[in-house]
Ligand binder design. Sequence first.
Ligand code: ZN
Length: 254
Amino acid sequence: MTFCMRRVGAVLFVVALVTASMVAPGPWVLDASARQVDVWSRIPTTDPVVFITIDDGFRPTPEAARQLEMLGWPIVNFLVSGALGRNTEYFEQLTPWVLFGTHTRHHRQLINLSYDEQREDICGGVDDTERITGVRPVWFRPPGGDFNDDTLRAAGSCGIRALLMWRATVNGTTVRTWGGPLKRGDIILLHYRKDLAESLRALQRELTAAGLYPAQLDHYLRFPGLPRSTRAISSGEDECTTMWWPPLVGYPYC
Ligand SMILES: [Zn+2]
């Protein structure tokens, strides 16, 4: 069965779990207009779409790979260099529309580092990701979501165009949001942990109940002079994939 065929699946509506609005330190949107690197925790859009991101890469499981293949969602991976290097084959097997940002080389808390140290860690992650995947990433997520002005300047100097935060997380089967229930344009954070497959299934239930669909980030967050697609590691360069949005249509994206 092809991915295209899988896209035309039945949509089941289930009762949504209540995702309480939290007042907590966490995701936010900065007015970054004067900076080199914009910061996003959601992408303004009227389409009923969300953006799925998965971090770290230290504990990828076969079950998660099977779940990702079955779902066929567009994903942006924010992997630490060492995790990507150690698990290259694993990430190669994922669907061809899984894209890559970077999550630094060493996964250190950047706000405790000097500008030069931050730059080394961020540029190192960019360089490593380009060397392994063949594509230089333009998206960045700081470890722990902690960053300061030096982080933005350093990331900009490494060629990063956007710092991606999040407005919702999934841990186990718990979907947590900031500022109200899941809504259009939200960036959602998961991790390559042993329970990722379970988290993906929980998220699928939430999205189905909310009438939201995963979409490819580079269709909505584009930069002048850059190609739309930042492809996955090796396979799929000549393949067309199928979009999740609009739903149940399945048009090719090359
Ligand atoms: Zn991390």
